[in-house]
Design a protein around this ligand. Structure first.
Ligand code: SAM
Ligand code: SF4
Length: 329
């Protein structure tokens, strides 16, 4: 079995499948205030379609990790079923969830029972008012309950992702202190130009270095490498360890050259890169009786066209049409 390669020699290992574009929050860096247009249920991949694609990805394309994302995957009533069927299709493969955590308190145990192995919860600040302003919903207690439930269900280490925003930059030290205390792994991510309102600018973006300066006012940080050489997060040991904080500098220190991701949208199209609008429809093939050979070939063709990088600094750069919540981050 050959790996899922592109014309620049990168091999995809990590599959991100979006399950929905619906969400319980409206983070300003992601969604419009009114939410994304609702996708009719029958246009979303079903649990069995997701599982079939997971099986092909693992057994034919050599992918070694699967992550469910969205929109908010916990808004899917059949999420436990999606996980269970995917685990059956690809036994032993890590199955992860990227979530805002709302509703995880009620479902964490069932998800683990179905085969979920990891969870990343997105949380930008533990200041309730700032959280409500940034996500346009006053739901911080529900997110914190979700994180507690993930820890209790043994989904450790729980990772927490925070997008770097000017409005919450001063909250970063408090968020890190909270994360160290709860033993969750915090990673900050530079904001990408994938917001629905189209207001991202390079000047307004908080660069990773500015975060490090702010954290440095309260903590002693030493470089601690990466989890593995291709991992996007650079780690920093905090106050001598063992706790660390991760920084994903997607914009100022792009890691496109080491990108190992392939993405499937909630409507079943393959997307080779967050920033590339070209998509290849797999749902049509799935529903018209396409064979595994045909699905594999279509997926390989889609990834061959993966661009070299996000191109944000190129003179002819244009924002992708889909926004983060519509792609699946
Ligand atoms: N709703 C889930 C969540 O928030 O974790 C899953 C989907 S969300 C689109 C996936 C990740 O993308 C989250 O960690 C979120 O913070 C991140 N994200 C969204 N918009 C972003 C942007 N413009 N730049 C960087 N990260 C972004
Ligand atoms: Fe929803 Fe996640 Fe986007 Fe926030 S980042 S609006 S929680 S999809």
């Amino acid at each position: 079995m050959g790996g899922l390669s592109d014309r620049f020699g990168r091999i995809a290992r990590d599959l991100r499948i979006s399950l929905t574009t619906a969400c319980s929050l409206r983070c300003t860096y992601c969604m419009p205030a009114e939410g994304l247009p609702v996708i009719p249920r029958d246009e979303l991949l079903s649990a069995s379609e997701v599982a079939r694609l997971v099986g092909i990805a693992v057994h034919r394309l050599g992918l070694t990790e699967v992550r469910f994302t969205g929109g908010e995957p916990l808004t899917r009533g059949d999420l436990v079923e999606v996980v269970r069927r995917s685990a059956e299709a690809a036994p032993g493969i890590p199955l992860a969830l990227t979530t805002n955590g709302i509703g995880l308190d009620r479902r964490a145990a069932a998800l683990v029972d179905a085969g979920l192995t990891r969870v990343n919860v997105s949380l930008d600040t533990i200041d309730r008012e700032h959280f409500a302003a940034l996500s346009r919903r006053d739901r911080l207690p529900a997110v914190l309950a979700g994180i507690d439930a993930a820890l209790a269900a043994g989904l450790t280490p729980v990772k927490v992702n925070a997008v770097l925003m000017r409005e919450t930059l001063d909250d970063a030290p408090e968020l890190l202190a909270w994360a160290l205390d709860r033993d969750v792994r915090l990673r900050f991510i530079e904001q990408m130009p994938l917001d629905a309102d189209g207001v991202w600018t390079v000047d307004a973006m908080v660069p990773a270095q500015e975060l490090l300066d702010v954290l440095g006012t309260r903590f002693a940080l030493e470089p601690a490498g990466r989890d593995d050489p291709g991992a996007p997060a650079e780690l920093w040991r905090v106050d001598g360890g063992p706790g660390t904080v991760g920084v994903i500098a997607s914009m100022t220190r792009s890691f496109c050259a080491a990108c190992d991701r392939t993405r499937v949208t909630a409507e079943g199209t393959v997307r080779s890169c967050l920033f590339a609008d070209d998509e290849t429809d797999l749902r049509g093939l799935l529903r018209s009786g396409g064979s595994d050979d045909e699905l594999e070939a279509a997926w390989r063709r889609a990834m061959w066209g993966k661009p070299r990088g996000h191109g944000v600094d190129d003179p002819g750069y244009r924002r992708p049409v889909r926004t983060m919540g519509a792609i699946g981050g």
